[in-house]
Design a binder for this molecule. Structure first.
Ligand code: XIL
Length: 373
């Protein structure tokens, strides 16, 4: 174990302890505020919620300043890709857990919890498995993957696991609105319940979630997705499938989006009344006009997050919020096309210099407006 003093900063007196390849930080007691804004996790915890962020192994390994910000701001972290099937099992029967384990060690060293993301996602099936899913042993492959992941990561410090990710797609034309994925093609609609049951059997104490996008605004597409999701959750709960919660990804978009606070509130309440908890799992904002002055761009992002959180935070079934990244330094919303133009999407809580923005203040203010408890 190598110990070397690294970042000596106002907020942190950090001892870098390299356990494996990801540094772990021992933050000084009494975390200082970052430029007058309390840590997001403190504002969330004061209202009975957690605040988390998606991170990548390389970000923690290579960027000690960023790793320190994560430690200061978050009570939960989510591996952005390291726990997806295609990342774990690139080669059949040779799962590689090294990056995922390093992220877990980082969390454990700081007393952070984790959200597991995600067991079955049509966009992260190992290439070798795609051809075998519809074969005679297809389900054995899926069950073995779920079981292996839940036996390794199905207890504390994990809070919740996205067992099923993005399984609905009304545009695929099915009456049940399910996505025409390789999983559906190979196993039929029952794969949803079967996957949840295998996960429950392997990790009886873990909260099992289905995670979805595209239900935040009030356009016709979103309204279709909301009704399909509600019907699916009701079907699963009526069948006594072990579904504990639903992740609402919360990928917000600037532009002429149809937003209705009333219909979003009604959707969340209807969802909760089906007997599931709710987590906002991937909050970020995709900007529409990056040519505007930074002050204008940041104000628009802050306003969009404020109006969304003012609705979401009033839902009693909400357990926490995860942003899909913590700093604009690392955002999947900064596409290669933007990078080629030297542009960065500014849709996350902290800027590239890891400094708070108007949206940071807006998040804290929205949390403080939530009724306690
Ligand atoms: C994205 C990651 O952010 C990217 O780095 C990766 O290349 C693709 O996956 N919904 C999800 C997440 O549930 O897993 C996706 O994450 C973003 C959309």
């Amino acid at each position: 174990m190598i110990v070397s003093r690294t970042l000596l900063r106002r907020e942190f007196l950090c001892g870098l302890v390299a356990v494996g390849t990801v540094p772990v930080f021992v933050p000084a007691p009494g975390l200082a505020q970052r430029h007058g804004v309390p840590p997001l996790k403190s504002a969330a915890e004061s209202r009975g919620l957690f605040w988390g962020a998606a991170i990548q192994h390389a970000q923690l390994d290579d960027d000690l300043e960023f790793a320190a910000l994560v430690a200061q701001q978050c009570s939960v972290i989510v591996p952005e890709w390291e726990m997806k099937w295609a990342a774990i099992e690139r080669h059949p029967n040779r799962p590689n857990f090294s990056r995922a384990d390093a992220i877990v060690r980082y969390a454990q060293s700081l007393g952070l919890a984790l959200r597991g993301h995600t067991l079955l996602w049509h966009r992260s099936i190992p290439d070798w498995a795609k051809d075998e899913l519809s074969g005679p042993h297809g389900w054995d492959l899926v069950a073995s993957h779920i079981t292996g992941m839940m036996q390794r990561y199905g207890t504390a410090p994990f809070l919740q696991w996205d067992v099923l990710n993005e399984v609905i797609e009304p545009k695929d034309g099915r009456t049940d609105g399910l996505r025409q994925s390789p999983f559906l093609a190979a196993f039929g609609p029952d794969y949803l319940q079967r996957a949840l049951k295998v996960a429950r059997g392997a990790a009886p104490g873990m909260r099992l979630y289905m995670n979805e996008y595209g239900v935040d605004y009030d356009g016709s597409t979103e309204r279709d997705r909301r009704s399909v999701l509600l019907r699916l959750v009701e079907t699963l709960k009526n069948a006594e499938a072990p579904l504990d919660g639903v992740g609402i990804q919360g990928h917000l978009r600037l532009g002429d989006e149809h937003f209705s606070a009333r219909s979003l509130r009604e959707f969340l309440r209807t969802l909760a009344n089906l007997g599931v908890r709710i987590t906002i799992t991937e909050l970020d904002v995709r900007e529409s006009d990056l040519s505007l002055p930074l002050l204008v761009r940041d104000a628009r992002v802050a306003d969009e997050v404020k109006r969304y959180l003012d609705v979401v935070l009033q839902e009693p079934a909400l357990d926490g919020i995860v942003s899909w990244g913590l700093s604009d330094r690392y955002s999947w919303r900064t596409t290669a096309a933007l990078e080629e133009k030297g542009l960065v999407n500014r849709g996350l809580p902290f800027d590239q210099a890891l400094q708070p923005k108007p949206v940071t203040t807006a998040i804290v203010a929205a949390l403080e407006r939530r009724r306690p408890g």
